[in-house]
Design a binder for this molecule. Sequence first.
Ligand code: 6PG
Length: 241
Amino acid sequence: MKPDVEVLDDAVSLAHTAAQLIVDRAKASGERFTLVLSGGSTPKAIYRLLAQLPLRDEIPWAAVQLFWGDERSVPPDHADSNFRTAREELIDHVPIPAANIHRIHAELPAPEAAAAYEADLRHSFGSVALPRFDLVLLGMGDEGHTASLFPDTTALDETQRWVVANYVPKLHTDRITLSFPVINNAQEIVFLVAGAAKQEALGHVLYGQHDELPLPAARIAPTNGRLLWLLDRSAMPLTNH
Ligand code: 6PG
């Protein structure tokens, strides 16, 4: 299924569009809204918008169950922690119950952190073949990774586990990440991509149909859900401006 692509003028309008989408989905969700946050820097502006009026008071925070798509193998107060970013820009400013926050305990050795997070997911979603998140936010790296599914890493081949530890040689570090089957089982997946550094990878992912080995971001394809790319104009491949 061809993904929906919406091109916004700049990163600010991308953030506003994404924040409004999240609010709309949360309001429409009823008593439980399972939201997966992405890491990196792009989502920061979105989290800030959700943490302030008017949007903050439009979200039924008691219904929001907050998860992460991936985490760096660092403690939650580390500068690289995706949890820390979300806590500083969002969680500390909104009335979300602590029990609704499903942090990846990345202070543990990565395999233990992955196992603990999967146990939390299984507790939260019950005895299902795969969890079905209402909304998964994803970013994309300059080389086409998404979540912590990096090119040429073992996590790309995971078909059974929901969460895996993934050693990333180019970063000389472990990551913890949702696997493709879990992400692709979501109701809705929204990529948030901004900046000229993404042009080349985006050209392959969105328009490189015949790539020998598709980039990880190109392997995001919901089995029964919606895929939306929110891009800012500077990220668009030059041939498609
Ligand atoms: C991470 C992310 C990763 C991120 C992309 C884009 O932990 O780094 O989950 O997949 O979304 O690298 O990052 P930027 O938004 O900083 O470009």
